[in-house]
Structures are given as structure tokens and as C-alpha cells.
Write a new protein. Structure first.
Length: 270
């Protein structure tokens, strides 16, 4: 199991395939499985690296030195240094984009191309921030994600009307239900607070290379509505692709469309 010690904690990552490097950043409350269809498709032509967020998958606890999305970007760079990787094509979905764009701005010489999926570099709107913090407080106090909280959280990730008996829905619900109290309190909750209390960083987007940046968004994304994707694409001046029949985790809800779009973009830019 590939592990790198970053900020004194074990960071687990997937490293599969060979060729130009594609670094995939996954969503909060998911793990490498969020990218399973993309790992399978992209690793035929590329070296695909997928770090798992702290407290997620097989990664260790959130390091004490982690206070911002910039720290997540710095830690991802430390992983690349550990692996001897000079340059990547970065694809970040949700929080993966929230640290992916700062990484591209912090070390532009390390990022060959950038795809921002179902993400937003602005501050969290106050109403949703308040709602998320209430849920995080409830999880911290209970030491578990209760059935009632799961009924609120799980549907957010998918397009409206998803079948709650589908494997995708049931697998996510089960993975969250069995998270142990120490992982929730020491990693999941504080990381969630860090994400949802982020400072807006939209002003930096104009410094990204519009010819090597792509914004993609599920056309039925609920937590990151398409208007946010449009705003970012306009600020960057880059192409925007709508992913049909997909919510927030578009990589799993419409994997064939996402794979085709990524392969086409990488063919031109990797």
C-alpha cells in the first residue's frame, strides 16, 4: 500500500499506469473510489496518482499543521516531491479543485494543465456554511453520522431523483455510517470546517492559463450549482463543459462522458 509521510502523518495514494502524470483530487467524504472509472481509463495512457484526503480511505489523521486549503496544496506538492514528479496534469473535483487551483498558482511550473470539476474557489455562501457547520457539530457531538444526518448528506452528492437503492448511493451511505468516532472527530470534522470556512480566492483565477485550464460541472450539481462554474470559467477565460445527467460526483454519475472529455483534453495538453 503506497504511503508517504507528509507533515508527520501517513498519506495514502494510488499510483497506476505510466506516461505523463495525471494527479486526481477527490471530494470530501469520498476516497480513491470516487475516481475508479477514471483511474481505469486514464491509466491506459497516463501515470495516474490519487492522494486520499486526510482521514479518508487509508490516509492517516489530519496533520496538526493543516489550517487552510493552501496547506492541502503544499502537502500535495510534498507528495510529488516524494515521488520525484516534476510536472502534473491536475484534475480536482470539489475540494480537489479548491486545493488544486491554489497549487497551480503556488507552483505554476509544476502544473502542465488544470481541470476544475464541480468546485468553487469563492467563499462558501453563508446559508450553506451555517447548515454544514450545524451538521459537523452534530457529527462531532455524536461521534457518528446518524441515519438522520445521512438522509441529509448523501443525496447532496447526486443529481435529484437518484435511486436510493442504487449501489452508488448505498455504498456511500454505508462508508459514512461506519466511520469511527476518532476519525470523525480528529480528521473529518476539522477538515470539513476548514473547507467550508475557506476564504474566497476568485481573484487569483485570472492568473491561470486559460488555454491550459478547463472547467467542468454536472448540469444538476446541487452543492456547487452550475452558475458558480460559469462564474469561474468567465474569470479564467477558459472553456466550460456541462456534464449531462450528473450531480456533484459527476465522475461516478456519468463516467463515460467524463472520461471522454478528460482524455480529449489531456490528448491536447498533457
Amino acid at each position: 500500500m503506497p504511503i508517504a509521510i507528509i507533515d508527520d502523518q501517513p498519506l495514502h495514494y494510488v499510483d497506476q499506469g505510466s506516461g505523463p502524470v495525471v494527479l486526481l483530487g477527490h471530494s470530501y467524504l469520498w476516497d480513491q473510489q470516487m475516481w475508479a472509472p477514471q483511474i481505469a481509463a486514464l491509466s491506459q495512457k497516463y501515470r495516474v496518482i490519487v492522494p486520499e484526503l486526510w482521514g479518508h480511505g487509508d490516509s492517516g489523521p489530519l496533520p496538526a499543521q493543516t489550517h487552510s486549503l493552501g496547506d492541502l496544496a503544499r502537502q500535495a506538492l510534498a507528495l510529488l516531491d516524494h515521488l520525484g514528479v516534476a510536472k502534473v496534469n491536475l484534475v480536482g473535483l470539489s475540494v480537489g479543485g479548491m486545493w488544486g487551483a491554489p497549487l497551480a498558482l503556488l507552483a505554476p511550473e509544476r502544473v502542465n494543465s488544470l481541470v476544475l470539476m464541480d468546485t468553487y474557489l469563492g467563499a462558501e455562501p453563508e446559508a450553506t456554511k451555517k447548515a454544514y457547520f450545524a451538521l459537523l457539530s452534530e457529527i462531532e457531538q455524536a461521534g457518528e453520522i446518524s441515519g438522520k444526518v445521512l438522509d441529509t448528506i448523501v443525496p447532496i452528492f447526486f443529481r435529484p431523483g437518484i435511486d436510493p437503492n442504487s449501489a452508488l448511493y448505498k455504498d456511500l451511505r454505508h462508508s459514512l455510517r461506519v466511520l469511527p468516532p476518532d476519525r470523525l472527530r480528529n480528521s473529518i470534522v476539522p477538515l470539513g470546517c476548514l473547507i467550508f470556512d475557506r476564504k474566497g480566492a476568485l481573484e487569483g483565477l485570472s492568473r491561470l492559463n486559460p488555454n491550459r485550464t478547463l472547467v467542468m460541472c454536472g448540469d444538476e450539481d446541487q452543492p456547487r450549482p452550475p452558475a458558480e462554474a460559469q462564474e469561474m470559467a468567465d474569470l479564467i477565460g477558459c472553456k466550460l463543459i456541462w456534464i449531462p445527467k450528473a450531480g456533484h460526483i459527476s465522475s461516478r454519475e456519468n463516467p463515460d462522458f467524463v472520461n471522454e472529455a478528460l482524455l480529449r483534453f489531456l490528448e491536447e495538453h498533457a
